[in-house]
Design a protein. Structure first.
Length: 642
């Protein structure tokens, strides 16, 4: 059976993407949105040499093409002004008709987890008022398409996904930032909006950039060489991965109660908790069991107990004397503290075996909180058993490594799998929320990010399409406290590096202890302000907070000028904070700042001859400077990025 399974997988993997039958990419389907007032590319596959005719039910031309030797064909279909619904008919030796097609404005929405984060939120990472937002998401003229995650080692021709009308049934799982952006556009423009969401949490910008463009930088050549080698043997490795996945799922489902109440086995080792097991030299992903003997007082017998274990990476099932106490097996739980209730019928006086099955899918693994978070106590009582310290542990299963190297954080692989197949679909522009995974590489990002934008524009054959992005929010990143601020400044500098770009600043709506802030409504709205003013011409809309322009030195003070000071600069009647001056030796010193007209005057008793100025230039700075319309200023530094 195993050999038959492998043969079937290989046969499936070797099926060509094209065939003699009329075939369309997934995003040419019922309920789609086509960009208005353009010659929209429509393409697919048919028998080589076959004539294909495409027509819309609106008044206009019928267009034709002939499939080339590979079966690929493409037409440019003239589209009218916004409206619909219409039908689009594609005819060769067979006929396909797409129903319910709207004509309107199409935007690509991409990035990492803050773009991926759905309206319904994630466990431990909510979206504000998500239940109400979902219940009220009745916008049949907004259409949603989510590209299924896929890495590829060469540009692909199609994606998986389907269009749906925006409704409570579809909005909850769709990108919150993209939805709130599209909703704002619809409320102002009153025309159909198409949102194509293609993102992947935790990913780097170079993964979303084509090989050809990345080669011009030179920074990523070794990684690109690996990607090219992978392309040759990818299908065979995918077969191996499928078998490994089956083995891993079997290990997850296995009944391991023998571990849970095993007290005699001497093959266990000792580890002091809390910690990640990588910190103790156990460099694996997989299933590791932890156990310890707990001496329960006679007074607790038959009472309900409270068990706290702190956060566990990623998931766990917890046992007492071989019986399940509780489990946390959902995705995204690795930051959640475990607070379990031990049923009274499991509690006996004397020696008890507490065991935790820890499942780590990737990255760090273990029971890793603080010592005070590990404890057992009787409900309503004052006595506590401290559970930190030495536990026994045993590796049950090592998760098989991925043979096909399915890590999305490789140069070009997400461009290949999740963007290249969309090219050259007619779009109005793109919105982007990413940068967290490039923190620590600000100087490189200042070149990479504009390169990626130009790369997209080139491939979509729209050299100046609008590209609006979100500046990463304040968050307590580890390491150098200025690294995230440097990334924010690289994003800010992109505004002057490339035309027709815009940045939504989130200094005031982040959460310093949560990398996924809950206020996605304002994020989407601030992106829409740029689009409504710059793309759709509503010049009455203020689209940005203050942006650093320049500074000049007068004696021991620096005077900072800003763009976008609409309504004047303000700190909402609170003192300005987080301004610093650079001394002649390059060191930065805290400074005092005050607003004078549309400038900020900065001084410091510790700096006699200031050489530079910066504002809110550490990772979790929340900012204090706004314009009169309530939009926050971006953090900045006047010195070159490092």
């Amino acid at each position: 059976m195993k050999k038959l399974f492998v043969f079937t997988l290989i046969a499936f993997a070797c099926i060509s993407d094209t065939s003699a039958q009329l075939k369309l990419p997934a995003f040419f389907s019922d309920s789609m949105v086509l960009q208005q007032n353009t010659n929209a590319p429509v393409w697919g596959w048919a028998k080589a040499g076959e004539k294909v005719t495409v027509s819309g039910s609106w008044p206009g031309k019928t267009v034709q093409a002939v499939a080339d030797n590979s079966g690929k064909w493409m037409v440019k279909l003239p589209t009218p002004k916004a409206g619909g619904p219409y039908d689009v008919t594609i005819k060769s030796t067979e006929t396909k008709t797409l129903h319910g097609v709207l004509i309107g404005e199409v935007w690509i929405c991409s990035g990492q987890s803050n773009m991926e984060m759905p309206v319904q939120g994630w466990s431990g990472a909510p979206v504000n008022n998500s239940a109400t937002e979902i219940a009220e998401a009745n916008y049949p003229s907004i259409r949603l398409f989510t590209v299924e995650k896929n890495i590829a080692f060469s540009p692909q021709q199609d994606v998986k996904g389907a269009w749906s009308s925006c409704s409570p049934a579809s909005a909850g799982s769709f990108s919150a930032t993209a939805y709130f952006f599209g909703r704002e556009l619809y409320k102002h423009l009153h025309i159909p909006i198409g949102l194509i969401h293609t993102s992947w949490g935790g990913t780097i910008a170079e993964a979303w950039t084509s090989e050809a463009s990345l080669r011009t930088m030179g920074d990523f050549n070794s990684g690109l060489d690996v990607v090219n080698k992978m392309a040759a043997s990818f299908k065979e490795m995918r077969v191996k991965d499928s078998l490994n996945t089956i083995a891993w799922q079997q290990a997850l489902a296995a009944n391991n109660n023998s571990y849970a109440d095993d007290v005699a086995d001497t093959s266990w080792h000792t580890m002091a908790l809390p910690t990640t097991w990588e910190d103790k030299g156990l460099d694996i992903d997989g299933i590791v069991w932890f156990k310890r003997t707990v001496d329960i007082p006679a007074a607790w017998q038959g009472k309900t107990l409270k068990l706290e274990l702190g956060p566990i990476d990623d998931n766990d099932i917890t046992f007492l004397n071989g019986s399940v106490v509780d489990s946390t097996m959902q995705d995204g739980m690795w930051m959640k503290e475990r607070n379990y209730t031990v049923p009274a019928n499991l509690v006996k006086a004397g020696k008890n075996t507490l065991a935790v099955k820890v499942i780590d899918n990737a990255g760090g693994g273990g029971i890793y909180g603080k010592p005070g978070q590990l404890k057992l106590y009787a409900e309503g009582g004052n006595d506590t058993i401290n559970l930190s310290g030495n536990w026994m542990y045993k590796v049950a299963t090592v998760k098989p490594p991925v043979a096909s190297n399915s890590n999305p954080n490789q140069p070009s692989v997400l461009y290949n799998g999740m963007l290249a197949p969309l090219v050259p679909f007619a779009i109005k522009g793109a919105i982007w929320y990413q940068g967290e995974s490039n923190v620590g590489r600000a100087k490189q990002y200042s070149k990479l990010f504009p390169l990626m934008i130009s790369d997209w524009r080139k491939h979509f054959n729209e050299p100046g399409f609008p590209f609006y992005f979100v500046q990463i929010a304040p968050y307590k990143y580890g390491g150098d406290s200025t690294q995230a601020a440097g990334l924010r400044d690289a994003q800010r500098r992109t505004l002057t590096a490339l035309p027709n770009t815009g940045m939504a600043v989130t200094m005031d709506i982040g959460e310093t202890n949560n990398i996924h802030p809950a206020d996605k409504q304002d994020v989407g709205k601030r992106l829409s302000l740029w689009a409504l003013n710059k793309t759709y011409g509503d010049k009455g809309i203020i689209y940005s907070g203050p942006l650093y322009k320049s500074f000049k030195t007068e004696g021991n003070k620096i005077i900072v000028s800003f763009n976008n000071t609409d309504g004047g600069l303000t700190s909402s009647n609170k003192p300005l904070k987080d301004f610093e001056l650079q001394d002649a030796d390059g060191t930065w010193k805290p400074a005092t700042a005050s607003i004078e007209g549309n400038t900020v005057v900065v001084t410091s008793d510790a700096v006699a001859k200031p050489a530079g100025v910066r504002y809110a230039y550490y990772s979790y700075a929340e900012g204090s400077l706004f314009n009169g319309k309530g939009l926050p200023a971006s953090s900045f530094t006047s010195e070159e990025l490092k």
